[in-house]
Design a protein around this ligand. Structure first.
Ligand SMILES: *[C@@H]1O[C@H](CO)[C@@H](O)[C@H](O)[C@H]1NC(C)=O
Ligand SMILES: *[C@@H]1O[C@H](CO)[C@@H](O)[C@H](O)[C@H]1NC(C)=O
Ligand SMILES: *[C@@H]1O[C@H](CO)[C@@H](O)[C@H](O)[C@H]1NC(C)=O
Ligand SMILES: *[C@@H]1O[C@H](CO)[C@@H](O)[C@H](O)[C@H]1NC(C)=O
Ligand SMILES: *[C@@H]1O[C@H](CO)[C@@H](O)[C@H](O)[C@H]1NC(C)=O
Ligand SMILES: *[C@@H]1O[C@H](CO)[C@@H](O)[C@H](O)[C@H]1NC(C)=O
Ligand SMILES: *[C@@H]1O[C@H](CO)[C@@H](O)[C@H](O)[C@H]1NC(C)=O
Ligand SMILES: *[C@@H]1O[C@H](CO)[C@@H](O)[C@H](O)[C@H]1NC(C)=O
Ligand SMILES: CC(=O)N[C@H]1CO[C@H](CO)[C@@H](O)[C@@H]1O
Length: 491
């Protein structure tokens, strides 16, 4: 009896230790973070229904949106100031900031940076003598600042942007992918789209019947999705009277973000509308395996580059800040297995959800942070935070993952050749060859061969221009059809 009791205790202890040990996270030094976020609260972007309010500043960041990111900046400063040794004065070797080419994302990044690099810490001038400070102009204005370069010690920080058609990393599902709009168009004719629209038919009918929203009689998933987008912008504008008015038409409209996710509130109209909104985003942009994997490939490629370049001392930024959109956060979420349209449908039908499923919409200033650590054996591991909460990654319940395993896990979510999948044929390299090849051609002593090549290349170029023109016309027409219903390029 005694013996078996002791044995039992030992067994328990062993079990306990195994559990503790296996749950224990590796300890390590934080080396780098890659932060990506959605812009803060913005003015509405859609005009199609609900026409009576706030029709100004379309798509611009609101004051509330600026504050959200300022506070996020301050919070992240507090969280990482010691582990990343954040300088109070901006240092170009510390952080690299990139934004999509939209006012609201650029301004969100600027607002967040103001929270990290505060006033009174800007650069100081070393000689206040006029001759070193004056711009070449008549009657230069006077300022009341003798210490800092800029009044109040303000810190200007560079924010990099690219043309939308070149922005593969943050908007891989959009203009940089030639076939993307065709894929999206196909999804809206798919049987899954039709099926899911049926699943939401009761909700659609209820909203169409209420004249308050000004919806057309044949309003579809898209129209409702646009309406939700507009109502969210309204809600975050903070006009209490207006919000109360809307809540008389939308049950649950006033629920806080925390209450939104409580199972008790699941059947509320507003929760269902949000679920529809999330579903439409994924079902449009990340439906087929090809769409899912292609769109996120440039992002994950860059992510691994950031880590590997830092580890190999090829780059020194401790903080990479990326300012983007709900669609970008959704793109990464599906690539990380955090969510999918398939699991969203299970949630809608209240089935047992087969895996991880973040079913809430990536709201204003939603953010994902990738942390790179080094353990005491010089091995590197990753953690991923969504809105500040650590997520399970690499297909297990663990909240961390070693870099090798992580790189491997990402292979599942990516394709080998983004441009190939996208049909980006007008790629410079494919027509003219790489710079090196061009040089080889130029240096070729064989003039005849050179002339021959030029002729062949010119013919190929002309053919491809004509081909491309025809393709683009086709896509343009498809796009025009599409744009009346959806414009994810402005989200
Ligand atoms: C929406 O309507 C307003 C007022 O009619 C107009 O100024 C604005 O350009 C429209 N915006 C869009 C995105 O269509
Ligand atoms: C910037 O940061 C680097 C690395 O932390 C440091 O070596 C350098 O002195 C800093 N430069 C300035 C101007 O503070
Ligand atoms: C600043 O420039 C003025 C004018 O050239 C010079 O007289 C003064 O010594 C300089 N001050 C310093 C700190 O170098
Ligand atoms: C500069 O200021 C003076 C005095 O106020 C004025 O007379 C002059 O026209 C101004 N010059 C220019 C180029 O604005
Ligand atoms: C200039 O700044 C000083 C110190 O901040 C302040 O005391 C003074 O009132 C300011 N003068 C003007 C003209 O604004
Ligand atoms: C969901 O899972 C639970 C426990 O695994 C099971 O009892 C229940 O029947 C399942 N429900 C459905 C709708 O499959
Ligand atoms: C993240 O925060 C946004 C904005 O509050 C919210 O809409 C979203 O549901 C949150 N997502 C998660 C997974 O916490
Ligand atoms: C996503 O899930 C698949 C299948 O379970 C797994 O192979 C892959 O590693 C997961 N990807 C990530 C990034 O966790
Ligand atoms: C609008 C509404 O019914 N909200 C409910 C959401 O769930 C919480 C917690 O159960 C309730 O207190 C709210 O009344």
């Amino acid at each position: 009896m005694m013996l078996s009791n002791k044995f039992y205790l030992l067994l328990q202890l062993a079990l306990f230790l195994t559990t503790v040990y296996s749950k224990k996270q590796p300890q390590g030094k934080l080396l780098q973070i890659v932060e990506i976020f959605r812009h803060g609260a913005r003015y509405r972007i859609d005009n199609s229904s609900y026409s009576d309010n706030n029709q100004i500043n379309y798509g611009q960041l609101t004051a509330h949106g600026q504050r959200m990111h300022f506070l996020l900046g301050k919070t992240l400063y507090d969280k990482y100031s010691i582990t990343l040794n954040i300088p109070k004065t901006y240092n170009h070797t510390f952080i690299y900031v990139k934004s999509t080419n939209y006012d609201r994302t650029i301004m969100s990044a600027a607002s967040q940076l103001a929270g990290i690099f505060p006033l009174q810490y800007g650069l100081k001038i070393s000689n206040v003598s006029d001759q070193f400070l004056m711009p070449p102009f008549q009657n230069v204005s006077k300022i009341n600042e003798t210490v800092f370069a800029l009044e109040g010690g303000f810190q200007p920080i560079p924010i990099h942007v690219r043309d939308l058609k070149d922005e593969k990393q943050l908007l891989g599902y959009m203009d940089s992918c030639y076939k993307a709009s065709m894929w999206e168009n196909e999804n809206h004719k798919s049987e899954e789209w039709v099926r899911i629209e049926k699943e939401y038919q009761d909700l659609l009918d209820a909203l169409i019947e209420d004249e308050y929203f000004g919806l057309k009689n044949d309003a579809n998933l898209y129209d409702i999705s646009n309406l939700v987008d507009t109502l969210i912008s309204e809600k975050w504008f903070g006009n209490v009277e207006k919000n109360k008015e809307i809540s008389e038409h939308v049950d649950g409209f006033l629920l806080s973000q925390e209450q939104l996710v409580l199972p008790e509130n699941f059947s509320k109209m507003w929760v269902q509308m949000n679920l529809l909104y999330t579903t439409v985003l994924h079902l449009s942009l990340y439906k087929t395996p090809q769409q899912k994997k292609t769109s996120v490939t440039p992002f994950f490629t860059e992510l691994l580059n950031y880590f590997n370049n830092y580890i190999n001392n090829q780059q020194y930024y401790k903080w990479i800040m990326l300012s983007a959109h709900d669609t970008t956060i959704a793109m990464i979420s599906q690539g990380m297995n955090f969510t999918s349209w398939e699991c969203l449908e299970q949630v809608k039908l209240q089935q047992n959800v087969s895996k991880n499923c973040i079913y809430t919409y990536p709201g204003f200033s939603s953010n994902i942070i990738f942390e790179l650590y080094q353990d005491k054996n010089n091995e590197h591991f990753i953690k991923v935070l969504y809105n500040g909460t650590e997520q399970s990654i690499c297909g297990s319940s663990k909240k961390y993952c070693y870099l090798k395993e992580f790189s491997q896990a990402l292979k599942y979510s990516t394709v080998n050749d983004y441009d190939l999948e996208c049909g980006n044929q007008m790629n410079d390299n494919q027509i003219f060859g790489t710079t090196q090849e061009k040089q080889q051609i130029m240096e070729s002593e064989n003039q005849a061969l050179f002339t021959y090549l030029v002729t062949v290349l010119s013919i190929l170029l002309i053919i491809s221009i004509i081909f491309n023109y025809l393709q683009r016309r086709k896509i343009l027409i498809l796009r025009q059809n599409l744009q009346q219903r959806a414009d994810y390029s402005t989200i």
